[in-house]
Design a protein around this ligand. Structure first.
Ligand SMILES: Nc1nc2c(ncn2[C@@H]2O[C@H](COP(=O)(O)OP(=O)(O)OP(=O)(O)O)[C@@H](O)[C@H]2O)c(=O)[nH]1
Ligand SMILES: [Mg+2]
Ligand SMILES: [Zn+2]
Length: 361
């Protein structure tokens, strides 16, 4: 595949001009397995390792290559596995706190244009879980889309869509059935050539079934959910990027057992902007929205305009992400964000200049 078919564009091209070694080749990480990364580029596809320098410099989980990343690879003349020397700055990334106790970021997918946040309309339907995914997705830098799958297995799709509308903070919502194909064509607009889409959502919601639908072949194994509670069986076990026949790039991910937020203050804020708007109307600026007089949030709950559970979930997610923020060095994180911002600005300027010079975007 050509780099362009893999999603390369002038934006990454501008970043690439600053590479340290001319013999390095750009490649995209398409899957990953225990210390090996599968990369694709102009040279086709192969497994690669990370260089000693990258390994030594990797301080947190986020420093390692992830599926969707663009990397600088060196082909070794002796025929050994190529070495990944650098991860190009990410344009967007969907992350979580790594499972377990470690306070570390894990990158689920990088350089994604659109995130399909998938929720099933069967017995596993859960708007609180959706709020959690959306908060992290809003933080990612990708466009968030809610995909309500298994519409064929739902007694009242309209009611579920209405409920999701009230919590999705304006994210577009599509109800589909990957099984029958109903409604799935409406997602085509996000699948333009060179575009990267990640499928997110808990196990059993039908992510891999959607992948197979778009690929028009059974590339991914799918497995029935438990009859008792419609929960999935964690069928997909690794993240993988697929090239669709029509040119988009689709990343399938395993349903996460837990999605713990990581550095998602803005995402949480956006996800609950309706509550923020209400809070601005409270009588007291420091209103805690419990029993204070003149509380607009409590008034909305009393009038049925806001669900108490949504307010509680907001508090929970805020606490969670606050906890992470206190555990990791805040100064270091801020610095990192500034560094990435500057890199992006540099790339953006070069990109704009080229467009002015008559290049194509
Ligand atoms: N009724 C119905 N079942 C569906 C639909 N889409 C998927 N399923 C079924 O749901 C089950 C789980 O689907 P998967 O595609 O394996 O789910 P997944 O999200 O990839 O799950 P993990 O890989 O475990 O994260 C399978 O039995 C699918 O056939 C749908 O639109 N309607
Ligand atoms: Mg799957
Ligand atoms: Zn209040």
């Amino acid at each position: 595949m050509s780099l362009k078919q893999l999603g390369w564009n002038t934006y990454f091209d501008a970043l690439w001009q600053g590479r340290e070694h001319l013999e390095w080749l750009p490649a995209r990480v398409i899957s990953q397995q225990r210390g090996l990364w599968r990369i694709a580029g102009d040279f086709a596809e192969c497994w690669a390792e990370v260089s000693g320098t990258l390994r030594a410099g990797a301080e947190t989980g986020g420093d390692w290559p992830a599926v969707g990343d663009w990397v600088a690879a060196e082909m070794l003349s002796g025929g050994g596995r190529p070495l990944i020397h650098k991860v190009l700055p990410r344009r967007s990334k969907f992350v979580r706190k790594v499972a377990g106790r470690r306070m570390e970021e894990q990158v689920i997918a990088a350089n994604v244009d659109t995130a399909f946040v998938v929720m099933a309309l069967d017995g596993d339907f859960n708007v609180r879980r959706l709020e959690r995914y959306l908060a992290q997705s809003f933080e990612s830098g990708a466009k968030s889309i809610v995909v309500l799958n298994k519409a064929d297995d739902c007694g009242d799709v309209a009611a579920c869509v209405a409920e999701v509308e009230s919590i999705a903070a304006g994210a577009p919502i599509f109800s589909v059935s990957a099984r029958t194909g109903d409604g799935v064509d409406a997602l085509d607009r996000f699948l333009a050539p060179g575009r990267t889409i990640v499928l997110l959502g808990s196990s059993g919601v039908g992510k891999s079934t959607l992948v197979n639908h778009f690929l028009r072949r059974d590339a991914q194994v799918v497995q029935a959910v438990r009859a008792s509670d419609s929960r999935g069986r964690h069928t997909t076990t690794s993240r993988e990027l697929f090239a669709l026949p029509r040119g988009a790039l689709l990343i399938d991910t395993p349903g996460l057992r837990e999605l713990q937020l990581w550095d998602a203050a803005e995402g949480v804020e956006h996800a609950f902007s309706d509550i923020e708007e209400l809070a601005a109307l409270c009588k007291y600026g420091n209103c805690g929205h419990t029993t204070e007089p003149g509380c607009a949030v409590q008034a909305a709950i009393a009038e049925g305009r806001l669900d108490q559970n949504r307010l509680e979930n907001q508090r929970k997610l805020e606490r969670e992400q606050e906890f992470v923020r206190r555990k990791v060095d805040p100064a270091a994180q801020k610095q990192e964000k500034e560094r990435v911002k500057l890199l992006h600005r540099g790339a953006r300027e070069k990109y704009d200049q080229r467009r002015k010079d008559g290049g194509k975007g």
